[in-house]
Design a binder for this molecule. Structure first.
Ligand SMILES: [Zn+2]
Ligand SMILES: [Zn+2]
Length: 525
């Protein structure tokens, strides 16, 4: 970042003096690079209509032997009435919202300048070869005042002085077209053994503690990847997923960290951030970028995004569907078809989470199984990772095992990493034998019958209230016992149902939520 600042200052001075001066950067030892004159562009942006694209492309030409491209932009923010996001596509792009080729990075509204070179780039951007041809700056119209806004762009390009004129080969495709071909590596499948306090009764599995939504300097966070990893380790988390907005530039750093450390397990993610809602992909293959250019309310295109993420082996989750920030609320399919999870708890419990919880419960009432999850959405230390935490029951701490368990709903959520400790199990007679089930299981009862639920909430405040909820109704509500013994609730199940727990303090703030145990009545097909 400091290097970029110095370089851009230099470029601007050169531009002002009307000279082109050589400037040495990394590359072939002893070579001198040439700074081409800074190109300036002024773009007037009018407020987009309801059906217009919110993206504008500003083309510029990259000559042969480019080694570094630096871009800065400025505009009148008009006290927050104007916010223009920025990103970059290389010569493979066509300037269409539907064409993912040539993606080279995105910084949203976070930065006013960035650079990209063969070997390094500003966080958020992808280093690599700089192919000859027409590149495009993408401007995202997050907010535009009624009068419109003038955006001034400066583009500086350095070229290698001594090279012959053969064109630079195109870099490896990192867009959607490569997503389907990528496979999960052995390291991702590998088992990681760590200590975790809570075992799952009778299953040989454990409850692993994690947080699947957080941001670094690769988008709008203050954390580095390394800080998140050490923070997660110190907090007692077993796994995390780094989900920077609309980029894959953090993946390489995660790959390096994974090679050096076993704990915590770090998943590669992306928060696909549209102007009509956000969604997280967890467990992406390295370098796989999911296109975010979906118009608000375009549910069909959003389903394609979900399908693309799933094809790459990732899970896909709807984020904070009622968050109040501009463009953060979910404008797509309210029944979440094609999604694996929904974030019902984002950071400190607040009314928007209550709405998300109600939305999830409605989806469950429709008979759909979708996993409710919680995350910190941490950007900086004031919003700590692991608050809240998700607990996932899996046989081993591997990406494959965790994602499978989350898909199955073997998940409960707590306000803090270590508490409360929740156990929610069920017992029923199916056929000839009595069996025990855990969160995420489906009990098949041959006919309507009794299910006994065993509930233990440890280290909760004494005034905490536990509610057993089914089909949109609170069936039972009672105080949490503190002696560690299970509280048993017997329910006559007459129809297909789901049963889940909410634990709240005396102010009704949520301390813990479980995913359901499902009951299905009738013979197996
Ligand atoms: Zn978000
Ligand atoms: Zn986020």
């Amino acid at each position: 970042m400091l290097t970029a600042t110095r370089f851009i200052t230099f470029a601007l001075i050169c531009s002002a003096l009307g000279v082109t001066a050589p400037h040495v950067v990394t590359g072939v030892p002893g070579s001198m690079n040439i700074q081409t004159p800074t190109v300036e562009r002024l773009v007037h942006l009018a407020p987009p209509g309801a059906h217009d694209s919110r993206y504008v492309y500003v083309p510029f030409d990259v000559p042969p032997h480019a080694v570094r491209i630096s871009i800065s932009y400025q505009y009148d923010r008009a006290n927050g009435a104007n916010t223009i996001d920025i990103g970059l596509f290389d010569a493979r792009s066509t300037g269409s919202d539907a064409d993912p080729r040539g993606f080279r990075g995105w910084s949203g509204g976070r930065r006013s300048e960035f650079f990209i070179s063969r070997d390094e780039a500003t966080p958020g951007y992808l280093s690599g070869d700089l192919p000859v041809g027409t590149w495009r700056i993408i401007l995202g119209l997050y907010r535009v005042a009624q009068a419109g806004v003038d955006v001034s762009l400066k583009i500086g390009i350095e070229t290698e002085a001594h090279r012959s004129s053969s064109p630079t080969p195109a870099p490896r495709q990192t867009g959607l077209s490569s997503a389907g071909a990528t496979t999960v590596s052995d390291a991702e499948r590998g088992t990681r053994r760590t200590s975790s306090p809570q075992k799952v009764a009778g299953r040989g599995s454990r409850w692993w503690r994690g947080d699947l939504h957080m941001h670094t300097i690769h988008s709008d966070g203050n954390w580095t990847v390394a800080e998140l990893i050490s923070g997660a380790r110190n907090a007692g988390l077993d796994f995390i997923c780094v989900t920077d907005h609309n980029t894959a530039s953090h993946h390489a750093e995660i790959d390096r960290a994974r090679a050096g450390s076993q704990q915590p397990l770090v998943l590669r993610g992306e928060e696909i951030t549209t102007y009509g809602g956000h969604t997280n992909a967890w467990g992406l293959p390295s370098g796989t970028w999911i296109d975010f250019r979906v118009r608000a309310g375009d549910s069909a295109r959003m389903s394609n995004v979900a399908a693309q993420a799933r094809r790459s082996g990732a899970l896909i989750s709807i984020n904070h569907p009622f968050a109040l920030c501009g463009g953060c609320a979910w404008s797509y399919d309210a029944v979440a078809r094609g999604f694996d999870a929904i974030e019902v708890w984002n950071g400190v419990w607040e009314p928007a989470d209550e709405q998300a919880l109600a939305m999830w419960d409605k989806i469950l009432q429709n008979g759909q199984h979708i996993t409710g999850i919680a995350s910190s959405d941490s950007h900086r230390p004031t919003n700590p990772i692991g608050q809240p935490t998700m607990h996932v029951a899996a046989n081993e701490l591997s990406q494959t095992a965790l994602l499978n368990a989350i898909r199955q709903g073997r998940v409960y959520l707590t306000s803090e990493v270590a508490r409360p400790v929740v156990s929610f199990e069920a017992e029923a007679t199916t056929g000839k034998r009595r069996s025990r089930w855990i969160i995420g299981d489906e009990i098949r009862l041959p006919a309507p019958g009794t299910v006994r639920f065993f509930i233990t909430i440890e280290t909760a405040p004494p005034d905490a209230t536990i509610s057993l909820i089914s089909n949109g109704q609170v069936l039972r509500s009672f105080s949490a016992k503190t002696d560690g013994q299970p509280q048993v609730v017997e329910i006559e199940c007459q129809r297909d149902s789901y049963y889940r727990l909410e634990v709240r303090d005396k102010t009704k703030r949520v301390l813990a939520l479980t995913n359901p145990i499902y009951v299905k009545i009738g013979k197996d097909r």
